[in-house]
Design a protein around this ligand. Structure first.
Ligand SMILES: C[S@@+](CC[C@H](N)C(=O)[O-])C[C@H]1O[C@@H](n2cnc3c(N)ncnc32)[C@H](O)[C@@H]1O
Length: 258
């Protein structure tokens, strides 16, 4: 039986991610360029943490950056490897939990996009992730990520919405607890199988942290410079975004001797 510490890896969400959430491939480009644009030419190595199907990892590898991808879902890992192979870029994908992952060598940049960080099962897991990220970075390396905030948990997660694509439809309905610290989505899949439609179910949960909890976890892990941007002005193509719903962060790991 899965314990409170266990994460259920994406299954149907992984298989149909690129088809159903096709917007995800370009969703993060504007904020990434806004926050990282001037730093990217200095980056020689990177890790896309919770890389999903590898869209961002492949974008970085295409720039000549030595890139690793890390994801917990075996299907996501396979799809990321296949995507890199298709476009002939080198990408090493490791199946690992973001709370404990280790890279073969330290990198200049770790990214964790599209609220992947919120997917850990417990609030206390944030400290595990920031420590694992700090270990993966060289001194002075940078950590770029975005998180869903409590306002999004209350404003967006209780809504019901659907997406339909050829051969697959998905209905998502969820909620959040009274404190707004935990949100969930029940994902109902309708997948065409020959002449029939099969129904599948998946349950996804997220936890959230206040800005001060995030800053304190980053500082404890050895990050010194921490900056934050509200997502609303950066994600103008995302109709679900309101001010305060999502935040992008950039944190620099302390340089030795700072
Ligand atoms: C919303 S998707 C984001 C994927 C990708 N970053 C993107 O921008 O499209 C969340 C990803 O986090 C991964 N994930 C969830 N929990 C994880 C964990 N504990 N460790 C590593 N990956 C995890 C899922 O498998 C999924 O690929």
């Amino acid at each position: 039986m899965a314990g409170a510490n266990t994460v259920r890896p994406y299954r149907w969400l992984a298989l149909y991610y690129d088809r159903v959430f096709s917007f995800a491939r370009s969703w993060g480009k504007a904020p990434r360029m806004h926050v990282l644009g001037r730093l990217l030419p200095l980056v020689e190595s990177a890790c896309d943490l919770a890389c999903g199907t590898g869209s961002t990892a492949v974008t970085l590898a295409r720039r000549g950056i030595k890139t690793f991808g890390v994801d917990l879902s075996p299907t996501m890992c396979r799809l990321a490897r296949e995507k890199a192979r298709r476009v002939r870029v080198p990408l090493r994908v490791l199946r690992a939990d973001m709370r404990a992952f280790r890279l073969p060598e330290p990198v200049d940049l770790v990214l964790c996009e599209f609220d992947a960080l919120n997917h850990v099962p417990r609030k206390t897991d944030l400290a595990k992730v920031t420590k694992a990220v700090a270990r993966a970075l060289r001194p002075g390396g940078i950590f770029y990520f975005d998180v869903n905030n409590r306002a999004a948990f209350k404003g967006v997660w209780p809504l019901t919405w659907y997406i339909e694509k050829p051969g697959v439809a998905v209905v998502m309905h969820g909620g959040c607890d009274r404190s707004g610290e935990r949100a969930w989505s029940d994902v109902e899949w309708f997948i065409r199988d020959g002449g029939r439609w099969r129904r599948r179910h998946e349950h996804v949960e997220e936890v959230c942290w206040t800005a001060s909890e995030i800053r304190s976890a980053l500082r404890d892990a050895g990050f010194d410079t921490i900056r934050a941007w509200d997502a609303a002005p950066l994600l103008t193509n995302d109709p679900s975004i309101r001010p305060g719903y999502r935040t992008f962060y950039l944190a620099r790991k302390q340089k030795t001797g700072d």
